[in-house]
Design a protein around this ligand. Structure first.
Ligand code: G6P
Ligand code: MG
Length: 219
């Protein structure tokens, strides 16, 4: 049996979620908006444009398109600075062994990320060759929790949504997988990701036996 193994990027494969947070926090501070880690959970998995709107809503700020564009550029420029020195050491613990195992047993692997910076990150961390399909923020029109990004990924792997497994660290992403009728695996805090079918604190808790179970599991 073949299952589609679809990975989110930020916060699942690499710890870039913290960089996104820092870059948004800077803008929120500039605008005098109180932006906490809890607020940040709502931004995870969400597109850049939508993220800015959520922050502006928090501060009840009504901005012009011109200002918004300026902040979107500032946020990404700032974020990109964190990626300059990125290398394989920033891959989160436990991820690489599972990617290797999936390759070994010939299960198809895809990336399903909202980020427009996904490809350079996969290149810098030297794992791009593991992915049979890459679907990112440049390929989708509907942001998570819309399942579009995962549905395209499954389609590219020629696997049905019911036979697809999604690893996600965001609430929006877990919801997207569930809406798409895929098996959702939350990576992170169980109290945040309780909607996921399975939840692990991080990838070191995911064993090859568990992967085997997922492959055998009836959808
Ligand atoms: C991921 C992250 C979000 C980020 C989004 C867009 O989903 O979890 O925090 O806003 O990608 O990323 P980008 O790199 O295109 O700004
Ligand atoms: Mg994520």
């Amino acid at each position: 049996i073949k299952k589609a193994f679809i990975f989110d990027l930020d916060g699942v494969i690499v710890d870039t979620a913290k960089y996104h947070y820092l870059a948004w926090k800077k803008i929120a501070d500039q605008l005098g908006i109180d932006f906490t880690h809890e607020h940040n959970e709502l931004l995870k998995g969400v597109s850049r444009i939508r993220s800015l709107d959520i922050i502006l809503d928090l501060g009840k700020i009504d901005a012009t398109q011109e200002d918004k564009n300026k902040w979107l550029i500032q946020k990404n420029d700032d974020y990109l600075l964190y990626l300059v020195d990125m290398n394989q050491s920033e891959i989160l613990p436990g991820v690489l062994p599972i990617l290797k195992y999936l390759k070994e047993i010939k299960q198809p692997i895809a990336l399903g990320s909202a980020s427009k910076n996904a490809r350079p990150i996969l290149e810098k961390t030297d794992i791009i060759s593991y992915f049979d399909a890459i679907v990112d923020g440049n390929d989708v029109t509907n942001a998570k929790p819309d399942p579009e990004v995962f549905l395209i990924a499954a389609q590219k792997l020629a696997i049905s949504p019911e036979n697809s497994i999604v690893f996600e660290d965001s609430i929006a992403g877990v919801q997207a997988a569930n809406i798409g009728k895929m098996t959702s695996i939350g990576i992170g805090d169980p109290s945040t990701l309780y909607e996921a079918k399975y939840i692990f604190n991080d990838f070191t808790e995911i064993t090859t036996q568990f992967v085997d179970t997922l492959i055998q599991e009836q959808s």
